[in-house]
Design a binder for this molecule. Sequence first.
Ligand SMILES: Nc1ncnc2c1ncn2[C@@H]1O[C@H](COP(=O)(O)OP(=O)(O)O)[C@@H](O)[C@H]1O
Ligand SMILES: [Mg+2]
Length: 287
Amino acid sequence: MTWFSSPADAADRLGSAGYLADAATATTAYLAGALEKPLLVEGPAGVGKTELAKAVARACDAELVRLQCYEGLDEARALYEWNYKKQLLRIQAASGDESWSETHDNVFTEEFLLTRPLLTAIRRDDPTVLLVDEVDKTDVEVEGLLLEILSDFQVTIPELGTVAAVRRPLVVLTSNASRELSEALKRRCLYLHLDYPDAARETAIVTSLVPDLDRVVAEQLVATVGRLRELELKKAPSIAESVDWARTLLALEIGTLDEAAVAETLGVVLKHASDHDRAVRELRLRG
Ligand SMILES: Nc1ncnc2c1ncn2[C@@H]1O[C@H](COP(=O)(O)OP(=O)(O)O)[C@@H](O)[C@H]1O
Ligand SMILES: [Mg+2]
């Protein structure tokens, strides 16, 4: 069995891989493998969407193939393209008695193909987690391409033929919900909404990543981050910021998170001047 055998098994193995999953996350991770359905994970920045895909790969001894999405990503970068430079060299090097159709057949072969993440994931024989990261940043055309590939896990390359997956990758798509994804894409996927963890889980995450930090300081830190998230900030602190903050406090050998310590290190957690001012005001710090 490549993926997880039950939700409890998922929670266990993700935990061993350093990812502390809540019940909903463990269940969905299990189902993604058991039902062979792509998993769409949506939520604010820094709550562990990307890390979940990486942790599934670690937990299942699978290789992670990552397609990072961005505006302007196209098929050539996502799926495959021909290595024009190499083809050109090959054509120039062809001896005079080679016919055009021979040359053509020679330059449209495996040797001249540049495989990109989607094709790479489909062609792998070994367990693979395909991470399509920040899918909301691409254009609708790429979403169409994804939809096609996630429906039948095959790709047709006109010059080479159809490549079908020997073994389906476990697909994780992440989104910050900066735009609505198409209904068609959502229908293909299992859906998981990830949000900031509760205080107990966040403390556990922080102390597992920064084990030398005093437990009481970790709890104070998580409580303060919780208060900051309640303010209306431009950018609420995420788990990543909590972890950075923990590392900062440890490096500065701060033994208790009092007002002075918070004021001194707030720049690690809040990255906008206006957020900083607001926090100082609302938490009544002496900024
Ligand atoms: N459940 C978790 N268990 C362990 N670490 C976590 C968890 N969730 C988040 N993290 C930490 O938070 C960091 C940010 O998570 P990331 O996956 O990059 O966020 P996102 O992709 O949602 O923006 C990760 O590098 C990881 O260290
Ligand atoms: Mg991410």
